[in-house]
Write a protein that binds this ligand. Sequence first.
Ligand SMILES: [Zn+2]
Length: 257
Amino acid sequence: MSAPRFAAAGLLLASFVAVSPVQSRAENSLQAVFRDISNAASSWGKRFVYLAASGAMAPAPADFGIHFDPKIPPELRALVNSDLSFVRSIRGSGASNLHRQVFGAVNGQDYISFFAARVKKLNVGDDCRTYVTSYVSGKDRAAMQICGGYLQEAQIGRIDTIFHEARHAAPEAANGYWRHTACPTPFYAKYLEGMPACDASPVGSYGIARIMLKNIEKYCVNCTDKSRLDAALYSDDDIQRIIDKPSRRLLADDLPE
Ligand SMILES: [Zn+2]
């Protein structure tokens, strides 16, 4: 398994063990994020029940060319489609150099092209531990495994996760699927010390998620303030995982604060 991403709820729990500067700085914002997640989960559940009961459930969209395993619950499938629809709607006023190299413009279709070139199938994960949202494993790198933790994550967090995982997919064979390196000890998040949840490259899974979200924070012209704030929070976590100093500097200089 290529180091599954964990829902932010897991990160929050872990933060009680080791509060990092990032988490400390972002505490108030994160509290707001989790409040919103709870509200969203609650309202989503109600909406789904209402739509199903009224027979008004909209037909599934085209699924962005991804084959959804029939075992994926309809609410999960709808949420993935909703997240990709949001991504496709993004419009930007500019883009950093690294963003242009990896994705192209800050533009929804460029993001969807990146994703669809890598992820062909979505399956129900068979190794879903607590807080795991999704993962790509060596068993089938054309497929992304999706877990129940996806429902507990904020939208920008879900997007962070699936684009991270897309970087581990089949077309990245020549890059060793951007496998992770062990996080050092000590590390800002104690629960990650020695775990394969860090990168040396600036353009591995954590790096490209950082590049995408930082550009959305800075350049998205049709995102809400909340989306851009969440993009800032998640991109701050992603850059912390780049443990090679020149690589981290490259990312920081690509789009300075
Ligand atoms: Zn990974």
